[in-house]
Ligand binder design. Structure first.
Ligand SMILES: *[C@@H]1O[C@H](CO)[C@@H](O)[C@H](O)[C@H]1NC(C)=O
Ligand SMILES: *[C@@H]1O[C@H](CO)[C@@H](O)[C@H](O)[C@H]1NC(C)=O
Ligand SMILES: *[C@@H]1O[C@H](CO)[C@@H](O)[C@H](O)[C@H]1NC(C)=O
Ligand SMILES: *[C@@H]1O[C@H](CO)[C@@H](O)[C@H](O)[C@H]1NC(C)=O
Length: 323
C-alpha cells in the first residue's frame, strides 16, 4: 500500500512539473526596471496560429511606420532614446531616418492611445550582411526621449550571458513568445491588434533549422512541431522573448529575422541571437539606461531548485511511510 501511495504522489509531482510549463498567466515584477508591463501577459500555449495579446501586456512593442504611416516592421524599446529592430527592416533608410517614425503604447495599429516618435538616426550593425542576413540587428535613435511615467510603455530586459555561454542562449526547446502586427497568413493582411505566438527554440542541427541558418553563433531557430505557428511578414524586427522565472521579467532572446513563407512544418523561423550583441548595443547606446539581466544562472538555479524540491519531497514521503 505505501508503495502505491508513493507512486501516486511521485506521478502527481512529475505531472505538475511537466504541465506547469504551459502556465497561462505570467506575473511580472512591476518594481523591476525592465521586462514588466502594466498588464500581466496571458498566454494560451495551446492556441495554434497565435492569439490577440492582452492590452498593454507588451509595453516595449514598437510599430515602425513608413513616410505614409503604414506599419511595415516591429521593434522593441530598450531605453528612453533607443529602439532595437532588424537591420533588413531599415536598410533603405540609413541616410533618411527622418522619413520613418515609430508608434508605441498601443495594442492597436490605429489606437488612439499610441504615441508617435520621429527618428534622428539609424545605426545598423557594421557587419550586417543583406545577402546572408547575418548580424540582422539595428538601433533606432529617437528624436526625443520616451517618458516611462506613461505606464503604457516599458523597456524590455536584455540578456547578460557570459561569453562562453552566448551561443547557448536561449537554451534549446525552451518556450519563447513572439509578438507582432504582421500578416496572419502568408500574403495575408496585417493584424490591427497585436498578436502573440508561443514557439519553442529548436536545435540548429535539426533539419528545419539547418536548411537555412547561416551562423549558429549569431542566429537561432524557433518553431512548433508540425508548423502552424510562426512569425510572418511585417513581424520582422520584433522581439522573441523568454520569461525569466527567477526575476519575473521578460528578456529579449531574439529579433525576428527571416523564414520561408510562414508556419510551414519543414522550416523554422530564424532569429538574431541578441545575447551576442550586448556589448555592441552598449557601445552605441552608452549610458542611456538599457537594463541587462543575468541569464544562464537563472536557468541553472531553477534546475537545481526543482531537483532539491524533488529530493526533499521524496524524503518526506519515505520518512512518513517507513518510520
Ligand atoms: C499580475 O500578477 C500578480 C501575481 O498574480 C498580481 O499580484 C498582480 O496584481 C497582477 N498585475 C496586474 C496588473 O494584473
Ligand atoms: C522585484 O524587483 C525588485 C527590484 O529589483 C526587488 O527588490 C524585489 O525583490 C523583486 N520582487 C520579487 C517578488 O522578485
Ligand atoms: C481601427 O481599425 C479597426 C479595424 O480595421 C476598426 O474596426 C476600428 O474602428 C478602427 N479604430 C479607429 C479608432 O479608427
Ligand atoms: C484582406 O483585407 C481585404 C480588405 O479588407 C479583404 O478584402 C481580404 O479578403 C483580406 N484578405 C485576407 C486573406 O484576409
Amino acid at each position: 500500500m505505501p508503495h502505491r501511495r508513493i507512486l501516486v504522489v511521485l506521478l502527481l509531482f512529475v505531472y505538475l512539473q511537466i504541465f506547469s510549463v504551459d502556465a497561462t498567466l505570467f506575473p511580472c515584477n512591476t518594481t523591476f526596471s525592465c521586462g514588466c508591463s502594466r498588464a500581466n501577459a496571458s498566454i494560451n500555449a495551446r492556441i495554434v496560429g497565435g492569439e490577440v495579446a492582452v492590452d498593454h501586456s507588451w509595453g516595449w512593442a514598437v510599430s515602425i511606420r513608413s513616410y505614409f504611416g503604414n506599419h511595415f516592421c516591429g521593434g522593441m524599446i530598450i531605453s528612453p532614446r533607443y529602439v532595437l529592430t532588424a537591420a533588413h527592416c531599415v536598410e533603405d533608410y540609413i541616410f533618411s531616418a527622418n522619413l520613418l517614425s515609430i508608434v508605441i503604447g498601443s495594442n492597436l495599429l490605429n489606437g488612439t492611445d499610441g504615441q508617435r516618435f520621429t527618428l534622428s538616426g539609424i545605426i545598423s550593425h557594421p557587419s550586417y550582411n543583406p545577402r546572408t542576413k547575418e548580424n540582422d540587428i539595428a538601433i533606432l535613435q529617437l528624436s526625443s526621449a520616451i517618458d516611462f511615467k506613461n505606464d503604457n510603455v516599458a523597456k524590455i530586459c536584455l540578456p547578460n550571458v557570459t561569453p562562453t555561454e552566448q551561443s547557448q542562449y536561449p537554451i534549446v526547446t525552451k518556450q519563447v513568445v513572439a509578438i507582432g502586427w504582421g500578416h496572419t497568413t502568408f500574403k495575408g493582411n496585417l493584424s490591427n491588434s497585436l498578436q502573440q505566438v508561443t514557439v519553442k527554440t529548436v536545435a540548429s542541427k535539426e533539419s528545419k533549422c539547418k536548411v537555412y541558418i547561416r551562423n549558429t553563433n549569431l542566429q537561432f531557430c524557433a518553431a512548433v512541431n508540425g508548423g502552424g505557428k510562426d512569425t510572418c511578414q511585417a513581424d520582422s524586427g520584433g522581439p522573441l522573448m523568454f520569461y525569466s522565472k527567477s526575476e519575473q521579467v521578460w528578456v529579449l532572446a531574439g529579433i525576428t529575422s527571416y523564414g520561408h513563407q510562414c508556419a510551414l512544418p519543414d522550416y523554422a523561423g530564424v532569429y538574431t541571437r541578441t545575447s551576442a550583441y550586448i556589448s555592441w548595443i552598449q557601445s552605441v547606446v552608452g549610458n542611456d539606461g538599457i537594463v541587462t539581466v543575468q541569464q544562464s544562472k537563472a536557468v541553472i538555479h531553477h534546475r537545481v531548485s526543482y531537483f532539491l524540491t524533488f529530493v526533499v519531497f521524496s524524503l518526506m514521503i519515505l520518512n512518513r511511510f517507513y518510520y
